[in-house]
Write a protein that binds this ligand. Structure first.
Ligand SMILES: NC(=O)c1ccc[n+]([C@@H]2O[C@H](COP(=O)([O-])OP(=O)(O)OC[C@H]3O[C@@H](n4cnc5c(N)ncnc54)[C@H](OP(=O)(O)O)[C@@H]3O)[C@@H](O)[C@H]2O)c1
Length: 380
């Protein structure tokens, strides 16, 4: 079994999700390569040390630059706020390390383009953690579409709704709240939530040609945790946009953190010539499927419990009927990445794939300002 030494940066939400995936992957998937939790890194030593001990990392660093230069590290995993991705990834690529980077790839398209150039020049394996592709019901949706069961696609409808920033007293910046600080996040719900919807949409339905968007910042000023001052809020609290895909289908996308009652309601629906599908993150192991070719009297929406051995990834887990959850999508992504190292077929989305999503986000934010339809730049 080949060992792969991982240096992970960030002990927060994603630091935990990825560490869990590295630890479990070889217990469930037959692979020729095994991740070794070599080092965990973050600036706060008092927090990263207990994290490293809890998850079984062999060592700790407090400066990612040192981690990236360590000869015993082969893969750098970036689980830090968005404004740090480019600098870390570029340095890691120069040091010849493989890179797994959290989404969104970058703060904007031009920065993402430079990151793509850096990893491709260095020739290092790379991937971005758009994990929803690996929820079995979503992967199954991809299979159904690729088999042509839906026929020509007419409509794509996605939304991602939350409600955790409604309180105007919630500060911006610093731990956990960097998402509200445009300097750390790049954008609001567009880069944070809609980026997931866009990545899934491009994967399932192909490229997006143009968009027409509106955004709103409902709370205009918030105290900043790092400066202590009340500062302008620069992120989009909500965003809705229309889109036209290259295949001619029409789309609507919506995201907000002001939808009272919704915590992480990511849903998509696709309507095709013969069939439709619907998926809901709150019920992530089910895929709703309607096929007009079913016999008339029994035609109707089927709720497919995606837990059978024949369903994507499910043969690796328990017996049919027993479902898995959110964290497993990360296990699947690590499994596919490791498989890609062995068979030479890089797991997607690579940095180059993820740049396409970045370009859609740029066009969305541009359109929200211009009030016009904006074309999405092509990844060259
Ligand atoms: N795939 C998904 O579904 C998903 C879900 C959530 C988040 N994400 C993405 O994952 C990334 C991290 O988000 P999160 O929710 O895990 O954040 P988080 O919980 O706030 O954790 C951020 C971590 O980064 C560390 N950090 C910040 N600046 C650093 C620096 N300069 N050098 C080293 N470490 C630094 C922090 O520790 P110190 O402050 O001690 O340095 C902390 O451990 C973001 O890009 C986010 O968009 C993706």
């Amino acid at each position: 079994m080949k060992k792969l030494n991982v240096g992970l940066i960030g002990y927060g939400f994603m630091g935990r999700a990825h560490s869990n995936a590295y630890r479990k992957v070889n217990n469930f998937f037959d692979l020729e390569c095994q991740p070794v939790l070599k080092a965990a890194c973050a600036r706060s030593e008092d927090k990263v040390r207990p994290f490293a001990a809890k998850w079984g990392y062999e060592s700790v660093e407090t400066d990612w630059r040192k981690l990236v230069q360590r000869e015993d590290i082969e893969l750098i995993d970036i689980c830090t706020p968005n404004n740090t991705h480019a600098e870390i990834a570029t340095a890691a690529a120069k040091a010849g390390k493989m890179i797994l980077c959290e989404k969104p790839l970058s703060m904007d398209g031009p920065e993402g383009k430079r990151m793509v150039a850096a990893v491709e020049k260095a020739g290092v394996a790379n991937m971005v953690w758009y994990n929803y592709r690996r929820v079995p019901a979503v992967t199954f949706a991809k299979q159904l579409i690729d088999e042509g069961r839906l026929g020509r696609i007419y409509h794509y409808r996605a939304k991602f709704l939350q409600d955790w920033t409604i309180n105007p007293d919630l500060p911006q910046g610093g731990t956990g709240l960097w998402r509200l600080d445009v300097k750390a996040a790049g954008s609001g719900v567009t880069g944070d939530l809609l980026a997931h919807c866009i990545d899934t949409a491009i994967w399932l339905n192909g490229g997006i040609d143009k968009v027409n968007a509106m955004t709103e910042t409902f709370v205009k000023e918030r105290k900043h945790n790092l400066t202590g001052k009340v500062e302008k809020v620069g992120i989009d609290d909500a965003c809705a946009f229309l889109a036209r895909f290259g295949n001619g289908s029409l789309a609507t996308f919506e995201s907000t953190r002001y939808a009272r009652g919704h915590k992480a309601l990511y849903t998509f629906e696709i309507n095709g010539e013969h069939a439709s599908i619907f998926w809901d993150l709150h019920d992530l192991h089910r895929l709703q499927y309607f096929d007009h070719r079913d016999q008339g009297p029994v035609r109707g929406w089927r709720s497919i419990h995606v837990t059978d051995g024949e369903h994507p990834y499910m043969g690796k887990w328990w017996v049919p009927g027993l479902q898995i959850g959110y964290e497993h999508s990360f296990v699947h992504q690590v499994a596919d990445f490791l498989q890609g190292l062995t068979n030479g077929k890089p797991a997607s989305p690579t940095f180059r794939d993820a740049l396409e999503t970045q370009y859609v986000c740029d066009a969305v934010l541009k359109s929200a300002k211009s009030g016009k339809w904006e074309k999405v730049a092509k990844v060259k």
